[in-house]
Design a protein around this ligand. Sequence first.
Ligand code: FAD
Length: 718
Amino acid sequence: MNQSPFIKQLVLVGGGHANVQVLKKLCMNGIKGLHTILISEHFEATYSGMTPGYIHEDFSKNEISIDLQRLCFNAGATFIKDKVINLDTHYQELKLQNFPNIVYDLLSINTGSISNTKKINIEGSSKYFFVKPISLLVKNLKYIDQIIRNKNNKIVIIGGGVASYELAFSLKRRYQTPLEITILGKKILEEKNLNKKTKNNLKKIAKNFGIKEYLGEVIKISEKYITLNNGEKINCDLSLVSTGASNEKWLLDSNLLKDEKGFIKVDTNLLSINEKNIFVTGDACSIENKPRPKSGVMAVRQGEVLKENIFFKLTGKNLIKFKPQKNWLYLIGTYKNYALLNYFFLSFHSQWCWELKKQIDKNFINKFKFINNTQMSKRNFELENFKNTKMHCQGCGSKVSKNTLINYIKKTSDNIYLRDSSIITNKSLKILQTIDHIKLFSSLNPFDFGKISYLHSQNDILAAGGEVKSLSVSLNIPFSENSVEKFYLEYFMEGIKFEADKDKCIISSGHSFQSIEPGITLTLNGEIESGVSKNSAKAGDLIYLSKPLGTGYLLAAYFNNSDMLSSNDFEKIINNLKKGNFFAVNAAKISGSRTMTDISGFGLSSHLIDICLSSNLSSELILSSEILLNSNIDLLRIFQSTGFKNNYKSSREYIKISENHPFKNILFDPQTNGPMLIAIEKQNQKIFENYFLNKSDVKPILIGRFIDKLEKAISVIE
Ligand SMILES: Cc1cc2nc3c(=O)[nH]c(=O)nc-3n(C[C@H](O)[C@H](O)[C@H](O)COP(=O)(O)OP(=O)(O)OC[C@H]3O[C@@H](n4cnc5c(N)ncnc54)[C@H](O)[C@@H]3O)c2cc1C
């Protein structure tokens, strides 16, 4: 049994072109004692080189994106989808927008840049989008589509750099409608790395596309026009801001040393000049005495050095130097299957340049695809001084350190003396009680997991007609010290508290210990408001689910690196897991229902069979894709989670269904925080559906009805 503790926390902020390479290295090389977290704003990272190709529909969104959750899963890291909003280098602590603070031992910042709009006054009514960060441009494309597809449009791209030209070409190719594009810049094509022939070629291509160029400095963006500093007004329906780059406020406010433009100064090892446990790469940094234009190429190159230097720093070796090039290869997409190549004095515009660009870009992005690759053997390294770290002897019962506990409890309650038990007053003598344990899904952030584990347990109380009043919790924290121990304790507890507070539920007692398998055990106590049972269904009652099914096989598919699931699909799974059943149960009660159960690890069939047997009825189901969280039926056919087989064995004989029914497997799929299965009298159907829709914006899923008892408890209609 591997009980080597995590003793250091590496935090990567931003899934930029450099940090993703660190994670890729961790996929193939483990460092004993290291715990890694990636914090990034989106589930996927956008590869800048292929973005214009995505705009003019040569590539799909998946082809230009790196799935960060999956990358973290394969790297053994934890992924947190959030935005860092403050850096305190004294306490080595990051503040996040939505999640609790995180302490780092080593930090790597690769957050790109934002469009610099300091000198532009933007009126509220105007339609504009920033081109940087590039991930935001990709997200906003659907809104740009809505504006442009409606009518003839005048678009102004503010900024006269090469990115503006590439963007203008790709927009011209994307939209069939006549589109008037103007590139408006204080300077036009002044990048010193572009040779004369390339500049002429770019201008010629722009002319062929009917793109106008205009010299001027923008001071204001209004709804229908743009104002220049000489007072001139230029008509425009939509502006895209592709001005120079700048850093976000939290970096500008930090005490990291910056250059005159606000970029973090780093040495040739890519370490901050004044904080030697902080690496900064990509657009966010500026190499001291060697400034270079911001580009994805530079960020990729820095990533090659960053991934080595992070390993060297952690394992106590000498760092290597980044030698920034003065010039590099530019490949700019132009017409369909054409690109313009610029390298020193060379300039070509040809189809082979496009083929070369495609090959280079695909080589990079494909490094981050894990197509059905489940087995990755890792080389193992150790943190510097790891050998001096004591393995857990187990004599202490693997308890979490007292300091970590006290510090957390001091912040959140008055129980600083760590009383082991609490007095709880109840209105009635009857207490509903339930216990559940779930293991942390690898790479999922423990805050979200805390929420999910609470909602999973809450289902048992809700399904019995009760409300949660208090809870006891036992946390399995991974073997760890200091920053890592604190991270798991706080994240687990804050996630649980987030949901418990909505129920005004008291946390009455807790226990925590270190274990090889992180997870949460919750005992919930509830009071019965109105008795609900499984044995009160009547023939004719309609059968509803409060949300779709599929978390079991979908998580199995995702964590088997199936390319049939994207990061968007994963986001949908997680959102489903974080959705509680409180309103669904209220809707059922208001509609007079006294029969419900929650679908748990035993799957839909097992729970429905329980109701049928105890109510002395059978059920008739009509299954459609509405019941599935993900409509791709092949996923349901191919993937099964571990509990599937046992569920199948214990329920199959009670079910009449054809062997090749496309939805058969969903009957046996184990659920975490699954939906409520609710019986509603036909006459109350409208009340139930309307209340449900009102409270949750979606309709409940009608899957069948109860009928008089037949030989089989469940018949699935073909
Ligand atoms: C239209 C266009 C086309 C371009 N084409 C090319 C090209 O062909 N070749 C090229 O070399 N360059 C190109 N560039 C330049 C390129 O986009 C940037 O220089 C490059 O993306 C910078 O990479 P990066 O690794 O620094 O950060 P990014 O790739 O921008 O990644 C930063 C990541 O950090 C996340 N993040 C940001 N702030 C936070 C925060 N506070 N907390 C958590 N996460 C955060 C972001 O969401 C993002 O995922 C292009 C730019 C534009 C606008």
